[in-house]
Design a protein around this ligand. Structure first.
Ligand SMILES: Nc1ncnc2c1ncn2[C@@H]1O[C@H](COP(=O)(O)OP(=O)(O)O)[C@@H](O)[C@H]1O
Ligand SMILES: [Mg+2]
Length: 429
């Protein structure tokens, strides 16, 4: 359905996607970006934005099922405040921004808005997406980065230039990898000419740990401004204490009062889409684990067990189930087709006087990995099969990868539809 709408200068409407807006006459502002006569933009499903008429305007709104448009009152709308504060920080010379706040607060929107305002000043902008849970630029479980060359309404309009595997979609316990990824990629974008760096972070926003690690991120990156969106009353003092030492301090922004939030199921679906963008199986590679280290693998890091000991293990777990075994100082890893009885494992444990860890032969299938190429770029890929006896790993990736220098395993396993399988055991390979 296409609506033609006329708005008077200064008026505000809120658009919930999926919708496409074409400016027929005049100019409007959305997320700090200006759109004038003849230009159009899309508001994706799951998203809502305020549109402000900068002049008297005529618009064509192509509304898809589920979309809506309604007037917004100036008092309840945050757009002007967001733009004002972003401009103020840029005018002060602030160039490195870390955007923080709880889930659905508007962090990614604010990150896009800062980018839009910087672009209007003719500055070169780089975005680092550090939200491993609701990643927009790269796939979930990765820190990713891209240069921005046009106005953005959604970070998903970008394609990652660089990615670094974190390996988990929850930041807790992955803090070091996230900080390292953000710092490395932020500095990389800077060295390639980005004058303004905007880091979008995860929505883990509960207690000291969740915030301190974001301080580290800002500190090592040399970010000068924290922008805190929708901070609950009980966290304002803490956020202020932790970030106020930055050269541009911390700027508190309100969340949009009326905004589209996402259910658990929608988040999961959004993650599936983000995986799909980077993991479409276009090429298959066979990696020789004898020569290429597989970081995060228990079995492939251990020494193969052969001969009589292997035979004894095979007899204990069942010859038809046994695939391979390997051992390190403290543990014997047995790869087998399930089910294997716990009694059989404890018999083997007594025999070898080590802990025994069972690895299902299929456990690694569709586990997300990063392939490290010769430039140390990391390319997302999916394990298809591990040949334990032959020490080879078959993976699929969406793009050609030259020489693979290393493989890094994540703890993310996907189904065929790119949604995640629940929790993984420690050793899948
Ligand atoms: N000015 C606005 N008015 C209404 N909704 C908005 C506005 N700005 C952003 N939103 C919506 O708020 C929701 C949450 O924003 P998002 O930036 O994705 O949050 P976060 O990254 O913190 O999870 C999104 O649906 C976004 O489209
Ligand atoms: Mg976000």
């Amino acid at each position: 359905m296409t609506l033609r709408v006329e708005l008077a200068e200064g008026s505000l409407v809120r658009i919930q996607g999926p919708a496409k807006v074409t400016v027929l006459d005049g100019s409007v502002m959305v997320l700090g970006a200006l759109f004038s006569r003849g230009e159009s933009f899309e508001v994706a499903g799951y998203r809502s934005y305020a549109l402000k008429a900068l002049t008297d305007v005529k618009l064509a709104l192509h509304m898809e099922p589920g979309s809506s448009v309604e007037p917004a009152r100036a008092g309840e709308e945050v757009l002007d405040k967001w733009v004002y504060e972003a401009d103020r920080l840029l005018t002060r010379g602030c160039r490195g921004f870390v955007v923080i706040g709880p889930t659905d607060a508007g962090k990614s929107s604010v990150a896009a808005l800062i980018s839009n305002r910087a672009l209007l000043r003719g500055m070169r902008v780089g975005i680092v997406d550090a939200d491993v849970g609701q990643a927009d630029v790269g796939p979930p479980g990765f820190v990713s980065a891209a240069h921005v060359d046009r106005k953005l309404l959604w970070l998903r309009e970008l394609r990652a230039k660089y990615m670094r595997l974190v390996g988990s979609i929850t930041p807790h316990r992955a803090e070091r990898r996230i900080v390292a990824g953000v710092v490395e990629l932020g500095l990389k974008l800077r060295s390639e000419g980005a004058e303004v760096i905007v880091v979008d972070t995860d929505g883990w926003f509960q207690g000291l740990q969740s915030l301190e690690y974001k301080v580290d991120m800002a500190r090592y990156l040399g970010a000068d401004a924290a922008v805190a969106v929708g901070v609950p009353e009980d966290h304002v003092t803490l956020v202020d204490k932790l970030f106020s030492w930055l050269p541009c301090g911390v700027t508190f922004l309100p969340s949009p009062a009326q905004r589209r939030t996402r259910s658990r199921e929608e988040r999961r679906e959004l993650r599936a889409e983000a995986y799909r963008r980077y993991l479409e199986p276009r090429v298959t590679l066979i990696i020789d684990a004898e020569r290429v280290p597989v970081h995060g693998s228990c079995f492939l890091a251990a020494k193969p067990v052969e001969g009589v000991l292997a035979e004894a293990i095979a007899n204990a777990v069942g010859k038809e189930r046994f695939v391979a075994a390997a051992e390190d100082a403290g543990t014997l890893y047995i790869v087998a087709r399930s089910p294997v009885s716990p009694e059989a494992l404890s018999d083997v444990s007594k025999l070898v006087k080590k802990d025994v860890q069972l690895i299902d032969v299929e456990a690694a299938r569709n586990v997300v990995v990063a392939l490290v190429d010769k430039n140390l770029n990391e390319i997302p890929a999916l394990i298809k099969e591990v040949d334990f006896a032959g020490r080879r790993v078959a993976v699929t990736a969406a793009q050609e990868v030259g020489e693979v220098r290393a493989v890094i395993l994540s703890n993310i396993k996907l189904k065929e539809d790119f949604t995640e399988v629940g929790k993984l055991q420690r050793c899948v390979a």
